[in-house]
Design a protein around this ligand. Structure first.
Ligand code: UD1
Ligand code: CA
Length: 469
């Protein structure tokens, strides 16, 4: 025998979810709960084996999700958590120690499990060798959890499941989280002695503790402090609570690193997003996976940033930025859309109602007022006037537009791609440009104006006389 294994129980019916999707496959923070459980165990970095107990309904989905990282054992019938572990015995028999968690604890972190293992190590130093350990916590609302019963000296007596508890026992707020450590040699014989419970007829894993204690074995109970880590998701209400706490924790971590979050209720930041110190996240901000924001930025109100890198000192408000790279000191918004594949250099200004797609924009370039730049390459210090459009699509293919350093594109200009506008060139307002314009040249393509003095007055007079007739 050697090593330490991890087990995740994930074969329950999840009937309280009232869902066609198996419970442990429901996502929290964008990751299915069972995947989160696996990652929490893997985060310990010390497991020789990882087993998930699945139902016939969800086994193949779990296998696919975790492609080969874990061994999946099928529990044909959900006869209880004790039974689920019995089913996994064969797969786990060679291991010295086991860590067991449930698949419906989406906010459990590696550090929470490590806290239990540390308590075991400490106990080993100061007395008889512990044979099992569990995490408990003081629940603000203990409904649904097993209560921890202790003797007057504070030693563990047993765990009592809520459905089996008396009103006095139900009043206890110290509950069983569902995170355990076992020494295998002691566990297996005790597990085999578990009998179906009186009320539900299930084999409760939690029954092993009374047996262990009565057998004179030392059981460590470690009390966790952040109750949010231990939420067990049994229904949709708990699912939404878990989602909210997940979000809250992500924001708290950012605040600890020096980010201001003006309104946590309306700020959605996915796990793994990075934000630099002294950046302010204003209300209505959404930062999605893969996003990295620099320091001293003002993001929001109303910013939606997806898988993008944003430099320092940027301001982005009432705008969407997707899969793009944004340099230092860039301003975007209000009401602009930076679509995938853009790269904005330092100091670029993207203003009211601008749309960019696959555009490289040199430093200091200004793009304001109702413009569209797609498949474009703009040099530094270019000025894009109101209503400038790169005509990049002919219905079949996309073409590119290049605009040189310091060029000035007047209002309402169509640039028919493929097109090159030279450095320092000026394009007259209202032009539809169908030929390249060399450096420092004027490109203008519009009808010459005709002015007829007095014409308007004569026309009005004629109309008035017609009406009199
Ligand atoms: C369980 C614990 C309870 C604890 C609580 C913490 C038992 C008997 N009860 O209660 O002490 O306070 O979690 O959240 O262990 N499962 C199987 N096979 C089965 C039954 C369940 O794999 O036959 C799995 C489920 O998929 C789930 C986990 O075990 O992921 C826990 O089962 P669940 O029915 O949610 O137990 P609770 O009533 O929440
Ligand atoms: Ca549960």
């Amino acid at each position: 025998m050697a090593g330490r294994g991890g087990v995740i129980l994930a074969a329950g019916l999840g009937t309280r979810m009232k869902s066609r999707l198996p419970k442990v496959l429901h996502p929290v923070g964008g990751r299915p709960m069972v995947v989160r459980a696996v990652q929490a165990l893997q985060g310990l970095g010390s497991l020789d084996q990882l087993v998930v107990v699945a139902s016939p309904e969800n086994a193949s989905a779990i296998e696919e999700l975790l492609n080969g990282q874990v061994e999946v054992v099928v529990q044909e019938k959900p006869l209880g958590t004790g039974h689920a572990l019995m089913v996994a015995e064969e797969a786990l028999r060679s291991l010295d120690e086991l860590i067991l968690i449930y698949g419906d604890m989406p906010l459990l972190r590696s550090e929470d499990i490590q806290f239990l293992l540390d308590a075991v190590r400490k106990a080993e130093e100061d007395g008889p060798r512990p044979q099992a350990a569990l995490l408990s916590f003081d629940a603000p609302s203990p409904r649904g959890y097993a209560r921890v019963l202790r003797d007057p000296q504070g030693n563990l007596l047993r765990l009592v499941e809520e459905v089996e508890a008396t009103p006095e026992e139900k009043a206890i707020t110290e509950v069983n989280a569902g995170v355990y450590w076992f020494r295998s040699v002691t566990l297996w014989p005790v597990l085999r002695r578990v009998k179906p419970s009186p009320r539900k007829g299930e084999y409760y894993l939690t029954d092993v503790f009374a047996d262990l204690v009565q057998g004179g074995h030392r059981v460590v109970v470690a009390q966790g402090s952040d109750h949010r880590s231990f939420i067990g998701v049994n229904d949709r209400l708990a699912l939404s609570q878990a989602e909210a706490w997940c979000r809250q924790r992500t924001l708290e971590a950012l605040m600890e690193k020096g980010v201001t979050v003006e309104d946590p209720i309306t700020t959605y930041v996915e796990e793994g997003v990075e934000v630099g110190p002294d950046t302010v996240l204003r209300p209505g901000t959404f930062l999605e996976k893969g996003t990295v924001i620099g320091s001293s930025c003002i993001i929001g109100p109303g910013a939606h940033i997806i898988a993008s890198r944003v430099g320092d000192g940027c301001r982005i408000w009432y705008s969407t930025v997707e899969e793009s790279q944004v340099g230092d000191g860039v301003t975007i918004g209000p009401y602009s859309h930076v679509r995938p594949g853009c790269h904005l250099e330092a100091g670029v200004e993207v203003g009211n109602f601008a749309e960019l797609k696959k555009a490289y924009v040199g430093s200091g370039t200004k793009i304001h007022h109702h413009s569209y730049l797609g498949d474009a390459r703009l040099g530094p210090r270019v000025n894009i006037g109101a209503g400038v459009i790169t005509v990049n699509y002919d219905g079949y293919r996309k073409y590119t537009t290049e605009i040189g350093e310091g060029a000035f594109i007047g209002c309402n200009v169509n640039l028919l791609a493929p097109r090159i506008i030279g450095k320092g060139a000026i394009i007259g307002a209202g032009s539809t440009i169908t030929e390249d314009v060399p450096d420092d040249s004027l490109g203008i393509a519009r009808e010459r104006q005709v002015t007829k003095p007095g014409w308007a007055a004569r026309w009005r007079k004629a109309q008035e006389e017609r009406q009199k007739r």
